[in-house]
Design a protein around this ligand. Structure first.
Ligand code: NDP
Ligand code: MG
Length: 331
């Protein structure tokens, strides 16, 4: 049975009299830093001096300083800048100050797992990864709930890495919801797989392919948009709330029968082979290498693909249709 850790399994005192340096004040940085501060811990935030985050940290009433100064002060240094710049910033600003016995922390395992950051042997290396965006990490904390998180220990130099991780998880409110143990390998590889195959990659490709199929067959793009994109949210919300069975219960018998019999023909043996191949490229490091080199080359492929995506007919139609539904606009 999977063990889920709660408040009683964590001791906040492990981080009392220690300084937590949050590097970056974006989605996760802002959420985690404010929660830790409100939990009574000593938090400093390291951001670049000319950036937007600097004044945001100040107006939120937290201690702001350069990334290097935060790394000097921090007994625990939490890396919350975008994954693709973490390695550069780590080596130039953070690494010189990772003295023996400190803790290096992440919310995603990519840079450690794929050796973009190789920390010294005498520091603890841990991951506390909230399973939700930063604004939700913050909002649920203020509501007394918290977002669940994954905890992983990569390197335990002090023998206290687990306790430190649990204390951090408690500080951000995650132990109120529940903390699961994982490894850097599992978190990184499953995260990449999920975003490529289901969440971001598979889902958008399914929308475009089904939309194109209807439009090519002569149906109106506006009607196709409703059926292949707009209604997805309704279905996903039901699945999210109550699993597949809640969704099957709420849709019509026609939708249930058609969905259960035709679905496996769409995500068929060929699709499963493609999923296995995507997983293989993640496990072998090929995807990581491709993405890292793409970043070094200033993202030519990503920029081109973003442009093509914006120009897709489903996006054009979508703008018109969504203008009819102003209530969709949030945040
Ligand atoms: P963001 O993109 O929100 O980070 C923005 C922060 O990074 C800002 O403070 C920004 O400062 C700083 N920054 C950006 N570029 C640079 C640079 N070149 N040099 C110095 N600072 C820079 O990051 P996220 O919060 O999305 O992600 C942080 C980590 O959390 C990642 O490892 C991610 O995988 C992980 N994670 C993210 C989740 C999410 O929901 N977003 C969920 C779970 C994990 P400035 O204002 O100066 O530009
Ligand atoms: Mg993810």
């Amino acid at each position: 049975m999977l063990k889920i850790f709660h408040d009683k399994d964590a001791d906040l005192d492990v981080l009392k009299n220690k300084t937590i340096a949050i590097i970056g004040y974006g989605s996760q940085g802002a959420g985690q830093a404010q929660n830790l501060h409100d939990s009574g811990l000593d938090v400093v935030v390291g951001v670049r001096e000319n950036g937007e985050s600097w004044s945001q940290v100040k107006s939120d009433g937290l201690a702001v300083m350069s990334i290097a100064d935060a790394a000097i002060k921090g007994d625990l240094v939490q890396m919350l800048i975008p994954d693709e710049i973490q390695s550069t910033i780590y080596y130039s600003e953070v690494a010189p100050h990772m003295s023996s016995g400190k803790t290096l922390c992440f919310s995603h395992g990519f840079n450690i797992h794929y050796n973009q950051i190789v920390p010294p042997k005498d520091v603890d290396v841990i991951m506390v990864a909230p399973k939700g965006p930063g604004f939700l990490v913050r909002r649920t904390y203020t509501e007394g709930i918290g977002v669940p998180a994954l905890l992983a220990i990569y390197q335990d130099a002090t023998g206290r890495a687990w306790d430190t991780g649990m204390a951090y998880a408690k500080g951000i409110g995650a132990t109120r919801a529940g903390v699961l143990e994982t490894t850097f390998k599992e978190e990184t590889e499953t995260d990449l797989f999920g975003e490529q195959v289901d969440l971001c990659g598979g889902c958008t490709s399914m929308i475009k392919a089904s939309f194109e199929t209807l439009v090519e067959a002569g149906y109106q793009p506006e009607v196709a948009y409703f059926e292949t994109l707009h209604e997805l949210k309704l279905i996903v919300d039901l699945i999210h709330e109550g699993g597949l069975s809640k969704m099957w219960y709420y849709v019509s018998n026609t939708a249930e029968y058609g969905g259960l019999t035709v679905g496996p023909k769409i995500i068929n043996e060929q699709s499963r082979q493609a999923m296995k191949e995507a997983l293989r490229r993640i496990q072998s490091g090929e995807f990581a290498r491709e993405f890292i080199l793409e970043g070094r080359a200033n993202k030519p492929v990503l920029n081109a693909l973003e442009r093509q995506e914006n120009e897709h007919p489903v996006e054009k139609v979508g703008k018109e249709i969504r203008a009819m539904m102003p209530w969709l606009k949030k945040d």
